[in-house]
Design a protein around this ligand. Structure first.
Ligand code: SAH
Length: 396
């Protein structure tokens, strides 16, 4: 039975929940449950008293409830079995994707709202799982998930706690191994390419799994090409280009640690200094010294717009970068350009790149539009979960 306290919406504010959008904003709430604390489960009722959803309560946040149950009013999320069933559903999708068959040993197992698990991200690197726990509600459920992951054969769990989200203040968990301590650096494969992933010290969960499909796409275009991979992190796109027969790949990243790791990853795959160079530099400046015979440029910057309010500056940043790259490519070259800012819509991104193309005065054609791969599923009722967009452009 579901005995969670009840939160009641204002009259007429149930539409988005009827449409299974998982977030309840503070302005839609008429009555908050006095007895509920941050991180507790709450039931969300319409003004007429009809059950709409069950979710995690975050009274201090703008998003007061993050819902995960829309079908069964009686389902009791206090039971471990409830969360293990959720996890199994997520695993069933990954089983269907069967990435192992493509020589891939790393994937996203839990993608927050995309897997009806708000507050959780879990990335698997071999038998190590790196978990991001984003809310207090998620923290409370973690022991059940950890048990489920261990049952599924994952040996080591590492917790990453993001410091910069406002609602995080009360997550009491500390970053570190959850249970048995595993190796801090794990070797994985993506489409047969070998990568070392620093699960403890790396950025995000250690590797950008969300660009797997885009890297595979680059591989198909790379034969004989001279490739510049900007914002290269540990060299993902460079290795894909080299695996596709690129003559040369240059990785550029501002982080020295990332550049060193890119070197090691290239060596791990048998690429020496004749084929792969890695440069520690600010990519905005690097274009001044970039070679002028580039066949392919990859632009995969970090999220410039973390919030709507940062959109203007972010747009300027994306435009500047794309302009630099478009000017630099040789005629017939290809630009792989991406934005992972959730606040920058696919439409807006395309407009920004359009602006850069017009300023560069080049003939530009869209060959592909890319998004995140299926282990980062997008809940159709939660379009905010679609954050990664990319364009592959032929530049004449
Ligand atoms: N393409 C990568 C992921 C890129 S993540 C992959 O496939 O794995 C974004 C990277 O941009 C991070 O490694 C970060 O260190 C780097 N970065 C951030 N600002 C930068 C700047 N101004 N110049 C160069 N690199 C930057």
């Amino acid at each position: 039975m579901n005995t969670a306290p009840v939160l009641t919406l204002q009259p007429g504010r149930e539409r988005s929940l009827v449409n299974r959008h998982p977030w309840v904003f503070s302005g839609a709430v008429a009555r908050r449950p006095k007895e509920a604390q941050e991180g507790d489960f709450v039931q969300v009722h319409s003004a007429e008293g009809k059950w709409l959803a069950t979710g995690f309560y975050s009274p201090e946040s703008q998003i007061v409830v993050r819902c995960f149950e829309f079908d069964d009013a009686a389902a009791d999320p206090g039971q471990g079995s409830y969360w293990r069933a959720r996890l199994q559903q997520a695993m069933a999708l990954r089983h269907r994707l069967n990435l192992a068959a493509t020589g891939t040993t790393c994937q996203r197992l839990l993608h927050a709202e995309g897997d009806q698990m708000p507050g959780f991200i879990a990335d698997a690197y071999g038998n190590t799982v790196v978990l991001q726990v984003l809310t207090l509600g998620a923290e409370r459920v973690l022991p059940h998930l950890a048990e489920g992951l261990r049952e599924a054969g994952y040996k080591y769990l590492y917790l990453k706690i993001k410091e910069n989200s406002a609602w995080l203040e009360r997550v009491s968990l500390q970053p570190g191994w959850y249970g048995a301590e595993g190796p801090p650096v794990v070797e994985v494969q993506e489409h047969g390419m070998r990568f070392e992933v620093d699960v403890v010290g790396g950025q995000k969960t250690g590797f950008f799994l969300d660009q797997r499909d885009a890297r595979a796409l680059l591989k198909t275009y790379a034969a004989g090409a001279k490739v510049l991979n900007t914002f290269s992190y540990t060299g993902g796109f460079s290795l894909a280009a080299l695996a596709g027969g690129a003559a040369q790949a240059i990785s550029v990243d501002i982080s020295k640690t990332a550049v060193e790791q890119a070197h090691r990853n290239a060596a791990l795959n048998g690429w020496g200094a004749d084929r792969h160079q890695a440069v520690a530099a600010d990519c905005f400046d690097y274009f001044r010294q970039a070679p002028d015979d580039l066949d392919i440029i990859v632009l995969d910057p970090p999220a410039f717009a973390k919030k709507e309010s940062a959109l203007k500056n972010a747009s300027r940043g994306y435009k500047e970068l794309n302009l630099k790259a478009l000017k630099r490519l040789r005629p017939g070259g290809l630009l792989f350009t991406f934005s992972c800012s959730q606040a920058v819509s696919r439409d807006l991104f395309r407009k920004i790149v359009f602006g850069a193309a017009a300023d560069a005065r080049r003939h530009v054609r869209i060959l592909h539009q890319t998004t995140q791969p299926p282990d980062h599923p997008i809940n159709i009722y939660h379009p905010e979960g679609e954050y990664l967009k990319g364009l592959v452009l032929q530049v004449d």
